[in-house]
Design a protein around this ligand. Structure first.
Ligand code: MRU
Length: 346
């Protein structure tokens, strides 16, 4: 399986996801600003991967600070954290990872600055390792919901590429296959950035997992024909009531799934829960460049001067969600209670 991100010798190395599937190129980030740029431009994307990259970026930022004492060090670190926190607004894993790194620095304020830098590096590596184990645990829980012989539809890329490894939604599929089940995947291409066509299709094909690519507007057709048994998607942020922010188009898939009595599962680590928000209405939705909508393969596909909108995420209301699969277990409705219980479980 491809390594999405690694932290080696003061360099954060990531596979450039804007160049897949045509080229397998790696990008080396040497500063926190390089990491921020990689997040903004989608060289690295997917909520958990963004969190891991941010933690590693903060470690790079810490290493670059030349400060005689903790207060000076922490003030500079906070400024770098605040700037990195602006890179993408919807995935809460970014703020979660930054806050976790800042807390480590504060909790160890009695150490020398060089020891705090070491501690921050260890923490970034732990966040990376924990993400992989969380995905494997999520996979083990989630695969119990999928039976052999089923076809699972997914939207966007919630795979190894969107995480430190193994994936969330695709982790559930990988775990089902490891458990000996015969599973087929239907992948929505996911306009306009094509994470399904470029990344999910590539990632699954690399492992010979049976996958059929469809355009987003075909999924209702296949559901109506009875050719979809379950939907599994990832999430960028889940509010306290179970409303789910995920890639634009997810809401449409969930409505269609309900219409056809198909279970709609969301797989996400506990770091994607934002229980401070009562509902999805409070989740900030990223607006991306309209260029991504009006161009395809660098070729303009719409008239000049046309008005264009590009919300990059939508909110799926909790009543359309059958269950939320986390590394700590499966939450079922009513989510206000079940998610709180999982968040409090250690
Ligand atoms: O804009 P992206 O590619 O970062 O959006 C990614 C998604 O919407 C994923 O489904 C989500 O982050 C979950 S990834 C495990």
């Amino acid at each position: 399986m491809v390594k999405t991100i690694e932290y080696i010798d003061g360099v954060v190395r990531m596979i450039d996801q804007t160049r897949l599937p045509n080229e397998k190129v790696f990008v080396d980030c040497k500063t926190v600003e390089d990491v921020g740029h990689a997040i903004k431009t989608m060289i690295i994307r997917g909520a958990p991967a963004i969190g891991v990259a941010a933690a590693m970026g903060i470690s790079l930022a810490a290493d670059a600070i030349d400060a005689p004492d903790f207060d000076t060090f922490y003030a500079e670190l906070e400024t770098k954290c605040a700037a990195l926190g602006q890179s993408r607004p919807t995935a809460v894993n970014l703020a979660w990872a930054i806050e976790r790194m800042q807390r480590i620095a504060r909790d160890n304020s009695a150490m020398s600055v060089s020891d705090i830098k070491m501690r921050l590096k260890q923490e970034a590596l732990s966040i990376c390792e924990e993400d992989i184990s969380a995905n494997q645990a999520m996979g083990n829980h989630g695969q119990t919901l999928i039976a052999s012989g089923q076809t699972v539809l997914t939207h966007c890329n919630a795979g190894a590429l969107a995480t430190a490894g193994f994936g969330t939604a695709l982790g559930v599929i990988r775990a089902a296959i490891s458990a000996g089940k015969d599973i087929k995947v239907l992948a929505n291409e996911t306009r306009p950035f094509l994470q399904g066509a470029r990344l999910t299709a590539w990632e699954l094909k690399e492992e010979n997992i049976p996958v059929k690519l469809i355009t987003d507007n075909m999924c209702g057709f296949f559901m109506k024909k009875g050719e979809v048994d379950a939907v599994v998607v990832g999430a960028d942020r889940i509010a306290g009531n179970g409303d789910v922010a995920n890639k634009i188009g997810t809401y449409m898939v969930a409505v269609l799934a309900q219409k056809h009595n198909i279970p709609f599962y969301v797989a996400a680590p506990v770091s994607t829960l934002d229980l401070s928000l009562a509902s999805g209405d409070d989740i900030p939705i990223e607006e991306r460049s309209t260029e991504e909508v009006v161009t395809l393969n660098n070729k303009r596909i719409a008239p000049e001067d046309i008005e264009v909108a590009h919300p990059a995420f939508d909110i799926t209301p909790n009543e359309l969600v059958t269950a939320i699969i986390t590394e700590r277990g499966i939450a079922k409705p009513p989510f206000t209670q079940s998610l709180k219980q999982l968040a409090e479980k250690s």
